[in-house]
Design a protein around this ligand. Structure first.
Ligand SMILES: [Zn+2]
Length: 157
């Protein structure tokens, strides 16, 4: 289905998506600012010229969790342009937001929650990957060990 720019921005305004930029494909990218230099970039499929989403096929709305606008932290997730798109989009924004944490690696970068290959096991990884490859996979849950309000550095390996 087709989505208009106005319709898309109704949802984006809920998240104070401040900036919109245009990708080379000619679609508007919305950026939702989060804490600790994280943001969610949303490739809307909305063409800035026509003000409508692309009509080609069933192009999905793509989403990427970014750190400092330079590091793609989490693989993009796709939202199909079906009648449920708003609900699905908001669920994915929530999912990505919940991956971010207040915890820091020893070099001061924030950590994100990650899931191991095959969906098995979870751990914390540095958002500054691949420049920093710090991971934490302790026996104890990180929230039992560290006070998020204090944001102490994790031990160096
Ligand atoms: Zn780091």
């Amino acid at each position: 289905m087709t989505i208009s720019r106005e319709e898309f921005e109704e949802v984006m305004n809920l998240y104070k998506a401040k900036t919109s930029i245009r990708s080379v494909e000619g679609e508007i990218i919305y950026r939702i600012p989060l804490k600790n230099d994280f943001s969610i970039w949303i490739y809307s499929t909305v063409n800035p010229m026509s003000g409508m989403s692309r009509k080609l096929g069933e192009d999905a709305i793509r989403m990427v969790l970014m750190y400092k606008n330079t590091h793609a932290v989490m693989k993009e997730t796709k939202t199909l342009r079906t009648s449920n798109w708003k609900k699905n989009l908001e669920a994915k924004i929530r999912d990505l937001t919940e991956k971010t944490t207040e915890y820091r690696c020893p070099w001061g970068h924030p950590l994100v929650k990650r899931t191991g290959k095959g969906g098995k096991g979870s751990f914390y990884g540095c958002a500054n990957f691949p420049d920093c490859s710090y991971t934490y996979k302790g026996e104890k849950r990180i929230s039992d060990v560290y006070d998020p309000k204090n944001i102490p550095p994790l031990p160096r390996k």
